[in-house]
Design a protein. Structure first.
Length: 180
């Protein structure tokens, strides 16, 4: 079985979980990918938008439950998992999307109040808004702009009942990006 087949199985088995949002993990990823595609993002960033929360699904696969009271560092786990078969242009925005939330809340007054209840709760677990020093360091991080774009789609991709293309329509894209 290929890494992509394993990924598809992961979404089939655990994608219906809601974690701490009202939409399922699968619906959330599909909505984020649709928003990225709408905005003309490159294929790697569309894939990152689709797969950015795969770390949550890995946690569920391994017997975990959600939501949890501690930060599971799902962004790190997901990026590390994806790094075995897709390029850094997919993994890096996944790895940075939580930091991008902390960044945006720090630099855009009032943004925190627009986040979903689940994102507000996870923000606290993930360290809250960045300090000025963290903001400056994040702005020097390669790929931070892609991570910010992903974060904006992440925050917008939580609409119950929104019609978007199914996961199967993303399989050719994922296969084209796969290294194995």
């Amino acid at each position: 079985m290929s890494d992509l087949d394993d990924l598809l199985d992961l979404y089939t088995t655990h994608g219906t979980h809601h974690y701490d949002e009202t939409v399922t993990q699968l619906d959330h990823g599909l909505q984020c990918a649709a928003l990225a595609r709408r905005d003309g993002a490159p294929d790697e960033l569309v894939a990152a938008a689709l797969l950015h929360d795969v770390g949550h699904l890995l946690h569920l696969r391994d017997g975990g439950t959600g939501p949890v009271a501690t930060d599971l560092r799902h962004e790190e786990r997901g990026a590390d998992h994806l790094a075995t078969w897709v390029p850094a242009a997919v993994c890096d925005p996944v790895r940075l999307h939580v930091q991008a939330k902390r960044y945006l809340v720090a630099v855009e007054p009032g943004l925190r109040d627009t986040l979903s209840a689940g994102s507000q709760a996870s923000l606290l677990r993930q360290g809250g808004p960045m300090s000025p020093g963290e903001v400056a360091a994040f702005e020097r991080t390669p790929g931070h702009l892609e991570a910010v774009a992903l974060r904006r789609w992440d925050d917008a991709g939580k609409v119950e009942g929104l019609e978007v293309p199914p996961f199967a329509e993303h399989e050719p894209l994922l296969r084209s990006l796969a290294r194995n």
